[in-house]
Design a protein around this ligand. Structure first.
Ligand code: SF4
Length: 382
């Protein structure tokens, strides 16, 4: 299926300096891999299926900032030749890690067309960075941030993880305060999760790590929201906080269940009612793409009920919420949504959801229960 003009574009760069112990994104250690060949393979895939004039672009991974300037130029220029993103994209994000973002790299990224840099601080505690398996120190994060600003970055996000094992709440709030002194435009702050197939999950199961208890996680969640709102960066999604006008347009599009095209190993694409994903293994991915075939590994077509439940689940994560009509349109479904509206009304009776100006939203009581609400909604579609 040909993507519509303007469809947002995601590009997955699968290399990292090392694998972080909590991370379940697809990436391989950069050492020993030919990054330039990977860029060529991504461009070969782009030739087959990049959307023309994407409205936003997001270079994620992996660690896109690991690419050398010449590799970045090859990728950014090549993509622009194929889809013209430089003149169409209103927001172009590049994910960066402190160990690979210095002044020269930041200047290169901005000169090539990046408009938003997202920097993975993750923690301001040296011991926690070690536990995470991160290859940078706390000072490296501050250096990378300063380099981005000095290079002229006007829109910067900082990524953080809280409620780490044994972390005192006071320490987290102090660290968050230090980050806010930097005046970031946007903060992504996530409660630590223990995803399947990660080192952290194994350590949790072996009893080597302890999860914070639920009540304490709730305190982290609420104090984080309050502190960020007080700083002028209210939550616009469960884990995302921004100054007004600095919300990430690309991610908002995901939460509105819009279409997008994903290029690169493991990248996911959504077009209409179909979702598909690329091969993960970089060798197989590159061979297929360079041979002129779409390196696709899977595809699925959720039922109308599933699409509707997913649309509600995604939309309820946002501050703007969603109306019944928006949900029907976004899910491309008919008006047979009563099975879901019954549950929505039941959740409202429990004080978890509220309808304000025809838009359904999680209430302050419901916000920390977002995952539980999602499970209830998604279960209706089974
Ligand atoms: S740098 Fe980011 S993408 Fe890479 S392993 Fe760590 S968390 Fe995952």
């Amino acid at each position: 299926m040909q993507a519509s003009i303007g469809t947002p574009l995601y590009v997955h760069l699968p290399f990292c300096a090392a694998k972080c112990h909590y991370c379940d994104f697809y990436s391989v250690p950069a050492e020993g891999h030919d990054r330039r060949s990977m860029v060529r393979a991504i461009l070969a895939e782009a030739k087959l299926r990049a959307p023309r004039a994407p409205s936003t672009v997001f270079f994620g991974g992996g660690t896109p900032s690991l690419l050398e300037p010449g590799e970045l130029a090859l990728l950014f220029d090549g993509l622009d030749d194929l889809c013209g993103w430089r003149s169409s994209s209103s927001e172009t994000t590049v994910e960066c890690n402190p160990e690979s973002l210095d002044g020269a790299k930041a200047e290169t990224l901005l000169a090539l067309g990046a408009t938003r840099l997202s920097i993975g601080f993750q923690s301001l505690d040296a011991g926690t960075l070690q536990l995470f398996g991160r290859v940078h120190g706390v000072e490296d994060s501050f250096r990378a941030y300063a380099a981005a600003r000095e290079a002229g970055a006007l829109n910067v996000n900082v990524d953080l993880i809280y409620a780490t094992p044994d972390q005192p709440l006071e320490q987290w709030l102090e660290h968050l305060g230090r980050v806010l002194e930097l005046e970031p435009d946007h903060v992504s702050a996530y409660n630590l999760t223990f995803e399947e197939d990660t080192v952290f999950r194994r350590w949790l199961e072996q009893g080597r790590l302890r999860r914070q208890d639920e009540e304490q996680e709730l305190r982290f969640f609420e104090d984080t929201r309050a502190r960020l709102a007080q700083s002028g960066r209210p939550a616009y999604e469960i884990s995302n906080f921004a100054r007004v006008g600095r919300e990430c347009a690309h991610n908002l599009h995901y939460w509105r269940n819009g279409d997008y095209i994903g290029l690169g190993p493991s990248a996911v694409t959504k077009q209409g009612s179909t979702r598909s994903g690329n091969m993960k293994a970089i060798g197989a991915y590159a061979r297929e793409a360079l041979d002129g075939r779409r390196p696709q590994a899977w595809d699925e077509t959720p039922t109308e009920k599933q699409r509707l439940a997913e649309t509600w689940w995604l939309g309820l994560r946002t501050r703007e919420g969603l109306s019944r009509e928006q949900a029907q349109t976004r899910a491309a479904c008919g008006s047979d949504d009563e099975f879901l509206m019954r549950e929505v009304r039941a959740l409202a009776e429990h004080g978890v959801l509220a309808c304000i100006d025809e838009h359904w939203q999680l209430t302050p009581r419901g916000l920390p229960l977002a995952d539980w609400v999602a499970k209830r909604l998604l279960a209706l579609a089974d």
